[in-house]
Design a protein around this ligand. Sequence first.
Ligand SMILES: [Zn+2]
Length: 426
Amino acid sequence: MNFDLLHPRDQLVAIMNRIYHNGMTTLSGGNLSILDDNGDIWITPTGVDKGKLVAKDIMCVGATGAVEGPHRPSSEYPFHRAIYARRPDLRAIVHAHPPALVSFSIVRQIPDTKIIPQANRICGPIGYAPYALPGSEQLGENIAATFGEGYNIVILENHGLVAVGDSLLQAFQRLETLDFCARTFICAAGLGPIRTLDDDALALFDRRHDLLPEFVPAGHSSRERELRQQIVEIVHRACDRHLMISTEGVVSARLDADSFLITPTGVDRRALDIGDIVLVQQAQREQGKLPSRSVRLHQAIYDRHPDIHCVMTAQPPHATAYAITASPFNTRTIPECFILLRDVPIVPFDTLYQQPDATAAVVSLDTPVLLIENDCVLTVGRNVLDAFDRLEVVEFSARSLIEAIPIGNLVPIGDDEIRDLEINFC
Ligand SMILES: [Zn+2]
């Protein structure tokens, strides 16, 4: 779906729903706006429940100052107007108080996005605006002046954040991605020193060195159609379960010995459609579509392991906390965890892009989960649900481990009990 073609009212309602229902704002906090081609500013109202917003609630402030709509425009309208005045390149603004980012704003820090390459590339450099009274012209000046330095995200001191973009979806994705970094950072804080990528490592992500040649499919089998639907449904479910965000997460599924389907790069995960999924056949990509950047790794895994039928890479925050600290991940916590995950190795970041075969050699149905340093969690399975189950279990288990830290010392399952599990379940 082309989100930009929706009416501004419908875009604002759709994105406010995502922000509210993902726990990134309260019913009274947060406001969004779109600058129309004619200079009108479409903006969310003040004093209306953000969990129940509908299109007719959206306010429009004309270029001449005339206000249309059944409510009053957001009390933060002054800073929206000030940002558009300072940055004529922008078309949309989102403001919210996601708890993890508020944590950063109240300790007066900025989350480091160099923990994960795509997060760093989506967010770019992040600004910081000094405190001022909410709704005041001074707050507007402070925020607009910081955006004037070229940032696309600004942390508001003791308040929250503002993200901007040339579309509402882009502004939202910056907010969501920085919120992911903040949540992951907080999860990792109790595990050990947090590792970040240097510029050379980040540059590996930018290189499109492995663009596959194109082909035109002769047709689409019913099995292929079924798998396309399964991939779309599981990606949406992964978003609902906080295992993926709209800018991150890859799912592929084997079609036959020399072909598989994979999610595209750069497409909003929450709006993913069956037509977006890319068919890869004999190391060629379906014409006109760009597969996820990790397509070579997925190819290498399918080539090496005929029994693997699904591969997922994702960044759920608790499991990713292990990937950014390279902390050992102890799966000997509860039977479900060990049976589904077994022992989880961690592989270096650069092998993901430079040596996909080496990463494919580590994974198997006996070692079905990998942590890739500063990148993702990888799970495989005999089918889509099998790999998804592991993705859920790895995130639940990581969460239990992290949340256990302030309560007491972990007492793992003993070696004899692990042997029993291996004999009976593995
Ligand atoms: Zn606010």
